[in-house]
Design a protein around this ligand. Structure first.
Ligand code: NAP
Ligand code: ZN
Ligand code: ZN
Length: 350
């Protein structure tokens, strides 16, 4: 057992502050990693504030981790000390159920172990602690290879925002010419725009923030719809083949479903409070509504290789860790341009 510095919260109403946590000594199949950068996902904020219920305090969030291997267990052959690696939203699963066998560990039938806020299979009721820390120990199966030449700070967000948008775009066959709408220009949304463009789609950004139009175009969007514009949903009825909804707050899904053409699909990845869906929104034009949860480890590696090939990286604001509470407040105001990433060497300097 070793101790490491981290940032955590004691309750749903307390700010994040410096804490000291324990990490296990690397077992035979473990990889120990010094964390260089950790992205800040809106899920971190939902979990810290207990928006979904079930948060175990104290919580140390963070699941967009990039760092350097410092030690490996004696059975580990795939990873070497000094290698640059990533860790995303999962650190363990059963590896034997049908979902795990089919490389979808996120749907493990016994429950995947999330990078934070899960009961750790390695310890007596220990709760996993995430990437807002200097160091982490992870089973080798859940470590990702970061292709050479990727800017590490701008790559960290791919470990959640990248895979969460790549997976549904890829699974639903988005390709050259597909008319895609991406709803919400935040961490996930901006990756959705970039990845859908790299797949060759015609991409429209659908946002409730007029101030983001120029950025949407700079990020590669072909068009921009402001949802506050009078009549915008009516004017754009039947327009899209595929809509990716990344919005973090409750909104009317029915209005967005109306923008799908015949047989079109809307995939929800944003996870706000429930919002009612009228049967008619789906029945007419045989529209489909689906959801998607991150992606498996094999697919996450595929996504990293895809992003390296197409030079797709996140647009980030690099922050020292003591600015994390301010970053959360900005995230709540939809003022993220377009992912906060913590420079982990600032941990312990304040
Ligand atoms: P984010 O950076 O805060 O972006 C969310 C965006 O949603 C905002 O930038 C804003 O975009 C839009 N939005 C916010 N409030 C809105 C409102 N009241 N009405 C309409 N639009 C609104 O968050 P994120 O990190 O991308 O995460 C987005 C959501 O995905 C969160 O709920 C998160 O928990 C969830 N998530 C899910 C998965 C998964 O596996 N399914 C993985 C990661 C995250 P505009 O200003 O452009 O409108
Ligand atoms: Zn996330
Ligand atoms: Zn399993």
């Amino acid at each position: 057992m070793s101790t490491t510095k981290a940032y955590g919260a004691e309750s749903a109403t307390s700010p994040l502050k410096p804490v000291t946590i324990e990490r296990r000594d690397p077992g035979p199949h473990d990889v120990a990693i010094d964390i260089a950068f950790c992205g800040v996902c809106h899920s971190d904020l939902h979990a810290v504030r207990d928006d979904w219920g079930g948060t175990r305090y104290p919580i140390v969030p963070g699941h967009e981790i990039v760092g350097t291997v410092t030690a490996v267990g004696n059975e580990v052959s795939r990873w070497q000390v000094g290698q640059t690696v990533g860790v995303g939203c999962m650190v363990n699963s059963c590896r034997t159920c049908e979902a795990c066998q089919e490389h979808e560990e996120q749907f493990c039938e016994t429950g995947m172990t999330a990078t934070y806020n899960s009961i750790d299979k390695h310890g007596d009721g220990t709760v996993t602690k995430g990437g807002y820390s200097n160091h982490i120990v992870v089973d080798e199966h859940f470590v990702l290879r970061i292709p050479e030449g990727m800017p590490l700070d701008r790559t960290a967000p791919l470990l959640c925002a990248g895979i969460t948008t790549y997976s549904p775009l890829h699974r639903h066959g988005v390709k050259a010419g597909t008319k895609v709408g991406v709803v919400g220009l935040g961490g996930l949304g901006h990756m959705g725009v970039k990845i859908a463009k790299a797949m060759g789609a015609h991409v429209t950004m659908i946002s409730h923030s007029a101030s983001k139009q120029a950025d949407a175009e700079r990020l590669g969007a072909d068009d921009f719809l402001l949802t506050k514009d009078e009549g915008v949903f009516k004017r754009n009825a039947k327009r899209f083949d595929f809509i990716l909804d990344t919005v973090s707050a409750a909104h009317d899904y029915n209005a967005y479903l109306g923008m799908l053409g015949r047989g079109g699909t809307m995939v929800l990845v944003g996870l706000p409070e429930a919002s009612p869906i009228a049967a008619g929104s789906l029945i007419h034009r045989r529209r489909q509504l689906a959801g998607s949860l991150i992606g498996g480890i094999k697919e996450t590696q595929e996504m990293l290789d895809f992003c390296a090939k197409h030079k797709v990286f996140s647009d980030i604001e690099l922050i020292p860790i003591h600015q994390i509470n301010g970053a959360y407040e900005r995230m709540l105001k939809s003022d993220v341009r377009y992912r906060f990433v913590i420079d982990m060497k600032t941990l312990g300097q304040d």
